[in-house]
Write a protein that binds this ligand. Structure first.
Ligand code: ADP
Length: 583
């Protein structure tokens, strides 16, 4: 995307607010012109008073000073009010737009970004765009309007006065910002990339603190953060000295502009073409008019960072979702038989298939287990069922209808998932349960908590359902987390339950207890249970053994054991562990 294309696209996002932009520009110009008026009339009064005129001659100018003095504040206030109001509206729109665009991309298209990097980047980039309106869009228009009006005003007294003023105005308003941008490019880029790196490093560091400490890795992390911090400081110092140079140059040019009007006025006053008092007033008018140029270097800097931020956001948003909803979605079928037929899937065209010719039948109300060592493709199968990735070879049907013909969101409503590491949202227990079934009443919550055997625990909580589970529910034990996740899945009341290694992080005793609960609570529901641990599989209607993406064996527990294949091999290995554990 060229800068120009990014700029146009950004502009289009603020076009609904053009009236407010216009109001801000007019108010901004009025503010500058009030300063000009204030200094002009003030100078005029002082110069005139030196000549000892009757006091009545000054009256009009005195009113002028009062008017411009008050108007300046009022206009500035109005301008700030309008700009900030617009900024927040634009920002709200941006955030909603961005979230809506991002959601369909998760998780397939976002996996190549590191989570800390992605999050920090999105937040910072959207924050950067908040400047687009106030600091980028409005100032050049204010400067242009002021320049036209003041050049015209000065030229009305003598064309050369207007011309001299304009030349220095262009130097201050155009040449200085352009020069500064060219100089600042390297330091600016360093600043942005170092900041992103620091954010990512900090998120990594905080999230991995326990491991970092255990492996004495914390010191290295700390040094990395320090180094990045120092690099940021250097870049910031460079930027700051450049900013100082910018301001100095602008003040220099405005001084020279004033001097120009002063000197060019001398022959005019001598020749009687210009009144002496007027001349003094014009000199100060010239000086104060340069105020309109002072915001422009910042505008140029912000334009650059805004374009970079917008480009990154657009790139992210423009990524094609892994799964495109069908143009004419079919209606959800009434029944819930799930069928996988000769499914083959690769994560990328050049990668070996993660699933190869996998077939599977899950009639309504039956329970099927998919087992296999890690890397066998079990989670991939679940991701495909949930439509996180697109598949092209083979078929998945729900109630006889191809999953690809259904809207992904609607198809997903038939599934409830319990994952290996369920996410517990910060908030109360009640909130964590109700997100699965917002309208569930307390009796229903009680019933579910009873079913997943959390009722006793619940009774020990002084605040009951209103207990705060804190940041990501860290004070829950592994077993409790899984039970809570199961409660959520049961509350959701979806016909098909997907269990994605729910017992993977648990010790053998907790696992056994959870498996019992799982088997109890899911009786009569469709269950697809993905696991590498073979506890509790006797109760399954079918067991599908996956190995390297292919179905190696299938059958019920007893038959598979008798057959002496991969399943019985895995069984023997795990029984050995169990025996060792019992000793
Ligand atoms: P399991 O759940 O049985 O441990 P997975 O379904 O996670 O196995 O993985 C199957 C294969 O697919 C593995 O070789 C793994 O490296 C690969 N794989 C899994 N997830 C991704 C992904 N997001 N991108 C690329 N390859 C992946």
């Amino acid at each position: 995307m060229t800068n120009w294309a990014v700029f146009r696209r950004l502009l289009r996002m603020v076009t609904p607010f053009w009236k407010m932009v216009l109001a801000a520009v007019l108010l901004g110009t009025a503010t500058v012109l009030s300063s000009v008026g204030l200094l002009g009339t003030g100078a005029w009064i002082i110069a005139k008073a030196a000549l000892h005129p009757p006091i009545g001659d000054l009256n009009v100018a005195i009113v002028g000073v009062r008017f411009f003095g008050i108007a300046r504040g009022a206009f500035r206030y109005g301008e700030r009010l309008v700009s900030h109001d617009t900024t927040f509206r634009v920002l709200t729109r941006l955030r909603v737009w961005f979230y809506a665009a991002l959601e369909p991309l998760a998780p397939a298209r976002l996996q190549r970004y590191r989570s800390g990097d992605l999050l920090a980047r999105i937040i910072a980039d959207i924050r950067t765009l908040e400047n687009f309106f106030v600091r980028v869009l409005a100032p050049p228009w204010v400067a242009t309007l002021t320049a036209v009006l003041l050049t015209g005003f000065l030229a009305a007294f003598a064309p050369r006065l207007g011309l001299a003023w304009l030349v220095f105005f262009l130097l201050a308003a155009v040449a200085v910002p352009v020069w500064a941008r060219l100089r600042a490019r390297r330091a600016g880029q360093a600043l942005v990339s170092r900041r992103a790196a620091l954010n990512a490093a900090l998120v990594d560091h905080v999230q991995g603190l326990a491991d970092a400490l255990a492996y004495n890795y914390a010191e290295a992390q700390r040094r990395l953060a320090l180094r990045l911090g120092e690099e940021i400081l250097t870049a910031q110092a460079q930027m700051a000295s450049l900013e100082g140079a910018e301001q100095a140059l602008q003040i220099l040019f405005s001084g020279l502009g004033m001097l120009g009007v002063l000197l060019l006025g001398v022959p005019l006053v001598r020749a009687g073409a210009l009144g002496g008092v007027t001349w003094v007033a014009l000199v100060l008018v010239a000086l104060s008019g340069y105020e309109a140029a002072f915001g422009l270097p910042t505008a140029a800097a912000f334009l650059e960072s805004n374009l970079a931020a917008a480009r990154r956001l657009f790139e992210l948003v423009d990524a094609e979702p892994a799964v495109k909803p069908p143009a004419q979605p079919a209606a959800l079928p009434a029944d819930n038989d799930l069928r996988v037929e000769a499914l083959t899937f690769r994560y990328a065209p050049d990668e070996p298939p993660a699933l190869r010719q996998v077939s599977l039948d899950l009639p309504e109300g039956k329970r099927v287990a998919v087992v296999g060592p890690s890397g066998a493709g079990k989670s991939t199968l679940i991701a495909l069922l949930l439509r996180f990735w697109e598949y092209n070879e083979g078929r998945i049907t729900l109630g006889g209808r191809d999953l690809r013909a259904l809207l992904p969101d609607e198809a997903r409503s038939r599934f409830a998932v319990v994952r290996q590491k369920p996410f517990i949202f910060s908030g109360t227990l009640r909130e964590n349960l109700l997100l699965a079934a917002p309208e569930a009443d307390e009796a229903r919550l009680d019933a579910v908590m009873e079913a997943v055997r959390l009722a006793d625990w619940l009774r020990t909580l002084p605040q009951g359902y209103d207990t705060d589970l804190g940041g990501q529910g860290l004070q829950l034990s592994g077993g409790q987390r899984q039970r809570l996740a199961l409660a959520r899945a049961l509350l959701r009341d979806a016909p098909i339950l997907l269990l994605d290694e729910p017992t993977a992080n648990l010790d053998a005793i907790t696992e056994r207890a959870l498996v019992d609960t799982l088997l109890e609570t899911t009786r009569g529901r469709s269950v697809l249970w993905v696991t590498h641990s073979l506890v509790g599989l006797e109760a399954m209607d079918e067991i599908v053994v996956l190995y390297k993406g292919e179905v190696a064996e299938r059958g019920i527990h007893a038959d598979l054991l008798a057959r002496g294949g991969l399943y019985s091999h895995l069984w023997a290995l795990q029984s050995e562990n169990l025996v060792a554990l019992n000793m």
